[in-house]
Design a protein around this ligand. Structure first.
Ligand SMILES: [Zn+2]
Length: 326
């Protein structure tokens, strides 16, 4: 996906990656220090220790050092060990102190690992942790924060890559298209494959028929894929003019479990930040929900200091949720 290659020179193969390998999966590590990926990589390239890995990832980049068809020395299970001889080693940086940089590095790692799973046709079962091979408590911070949580992050990214999970905010809009809806055409081709002339795009049309993922547009008697339409009005009996969806606040008691770091705010707006952060794995008991305020969905909760705290739970511009409610 967005791996930067900075491969080790072949005269170091004998020390760092002596064997040919057909990878069976991915083994996750934490570096247990606070160096960025590029420092990790230059250190590994410069020494002659029998310690190596394939990819180092921090919040900014993912760097590949060893080709995936060669082994690395990372799993602590020896020269004939399953881990050292079969698995692509991924090191996640900034694990010593943790915090925001580590959380971002881990998120980045989830994306890169998902891309590799897709590339090799693997599933989440092909993702192992160092501890699986030699009982070392590694990846230590990822384990502290929850291994299943990290696997879930990877699975979510894999679902996105496989298109089985659409996060586009417009997907709800598509579901609202029905007979009578007024739409604009924004795609390039009719369902027949013919290209759509530009004049067609300057008018609005009425949906006459819906069939699967296609619509028949009355005024031009043409079938168009729903994904190539933009809804202007939904076609209720009392046609409504398109308006911005309204923000709504309502009482709801629940517990929200975070999988992303979220800063507590004193109001549901960007600038009302406090120094308090909820980290992945933590949860909060909330009493109100605010939908669609300043680009986010929010929850309200009673803080220990007696004031009301506001936490973002979903970014409406990307569809990304920061955890889940129970
Ligand atoms: Zn490790």
């Amino acid at each position: 996906m967005s791996l930067v290659k900075s491969l080790i020179s072949s005269d170091k193969y004998g020390v760092k990656c002596p064997y040919k390998m057909t990878p069976k999966g991915i083994c996750i590590h934490n570096t247990a220090n606070d160096a960025p990926a590029k420092n990790e990589v230059s250190y590994m390239k410069s020494n002659n220790n029998e310690v190596s890995y394939h990819i180092a990832i921090d919040d900014l980049e993912a760097i590949q050092v060893i080709p995936f068809d060669r082994n690395a020395w990372h799993a602590g299970d020896g020269g004939s060990g399953q881990g050292n001889r079969n698995y692509i080693a991924v090191e996640i940086c900034y694990s010593e102190s943790g915090g925001d940089r580590f959380i971002k590095a881990e998120k980045r790692a989830a994306k890169e690992v998902a891309a590799l799973l897709k590339q090799y046709g693997w599933t989440i079962n092909n993702v192992k942790k160092h501890q699986d091979f030699s009982n070392k408590y590694c990846p230590h911070r990822t384990l502290d924060m929850g291994w299943q949580r990290f696997l879930n992050m990877i699975q979510t990214e894999l679902n996105v890559l496989n298109g089985s999970y659409t996060q586009t905010p417009s997907s709800n809009q598509y579901q609202n298209i029905k007979v009578g809806s007024k739409v604009r055409v924004v795609g390039f081709n009719y369902a027949t494959g013919e290209s759509i002339p530009s004049w067609v795009k300057s008018n609005t049309y009425t949906v006459q028929q819906v069939n699967g993922d296609k619509c028949l547009l009355k005024e031009i008697v043409s079938w168009v894929y729903i994904r190539d339409l933009q809804i202007v009005s939904s076609g209720n009996t009392a046609p409504s003019t398109p308006t911005q969806p309204q923000s709504k606040r309502y009482a709801e008691n629940g517990t929200f479990y975070f999988d992303t770091a979220v800063t507590v705010r004193t109001a549901p707006e960007e600038n009302a930040k406090t120094n308090v952060v909820y980290y992945p794995g933590e949860h909060v008991i909330y009493h109100h929900v605010i939908v669609n305020k300043n680009g986010f969905n929010w929850i309200e909760y009673a803080r220990n200091n007696g004031t009301t705290g506001y936490l973002k739970v979903k970014d409406l511009s990307t569809g990304e949720s920061y955890g889940y409610a129970k």
